[in-house]
Write a protein that binds this ligand. Structure first.
Ligand code: SF4
Length: 217
């Protein structure tokens, strides 16, 4: 049975995460909003290190949305070949960049409303772009680590990023939204690991119902 904890316990967990991972930040490399959009669209179902290994070459070759819109897909795919689903991701990025060129003068828009209208960009990617490129905090973009850790901690029954985001936004004060996704991710990578969590080493052990955990260290 899934056990949800109360809001006071959630806030205690958020504060502990904040203390443990004060410098947690977005993990992919980028230097402008377009690079961030491209990196974020490349990132699903692949390790961040793999994306970061491919993007220097990609960003050196394609510098504007027009460059991606007019890219030879074969060449594009060749550069991002180590990344999962390269053909699908290249096609999606190209389609998104065509829209940037046609509707936004080649610029990445800076509102949630506009970003989620671009095919291939959901609330997670849009929120990530807004927080990091524009310093606008409109949601809590939850990746697979944030979803898993929040669920185990009893902060949500949600299983998708959008469901978890909605629950967390209701329960957690906005001042914590900006860093929380990256702190949850850091915890998911270091301790609350996907197959078997290290509960005995975890600073949240006493306030965690460990939902869905069948085996732990
Ligand atoms: S106590 Fe275990 S399940 Fe709960 S957050 Fe820590 S590592 Fe994850």
């Amino acid at each position: 049975m899934i056990k949800l904890v109360n809001q006071k316990t959630i806030l205690e967990g958020v504060k502990r995460l904040n203390k443990e991972y004060p410098h947690a930040k977005y993990y992919l490399n980028w230097s402008n909003p377009l690079e961030l959009l491209v990196a974020a669209m490349l990132s699903p179902q692949v390790r961040d290190e793999v994306v970061n290994a491919c993007t220097p070459k990609l960003f050196a070759k394609y510098k504007t949305a027009k460059d991606y819109a007019e890219a030879d897909l074969k060449e594009f795919i060749e550069i991002i070949k180590p990344i999962s689903f390269p053909a699908m991701k290249a096609a999606r990025i190209q389609k998104a960049c065509k829209i940037l060129v046609e509707k936004y003068g080649g610029k990445v828009p800076d509102t949630m409303e506009e970003l989620i209208k671009i095919p291939g960009i959901g609330r997670k990617t849009a929120g990530t772009i807004l927080i990091n490129a524009f310093d606008k905090v409109e949601n809590i973009p939850c990746d697979t680590h944030a979803i898993r850790v929040s669920f185990r901690l009893g902060w949500t029954r949600g299983k998708t990023g959008d469901e978890v985001e909605k629950d967390l936004m209701k329960l957690i004060p906005k001042e914590y939204w900006k860093k929380l996704p990256y702190q949850l991710k850091a915890h998911g990578r270091a301790i609350c690991k996907a197959p078997i969590p290290y509960c005995s080493k975890c600073f949240l052990n006493d306030i965690c119902p460990k939902n869905g955990v069948t085996k732990k260290y």
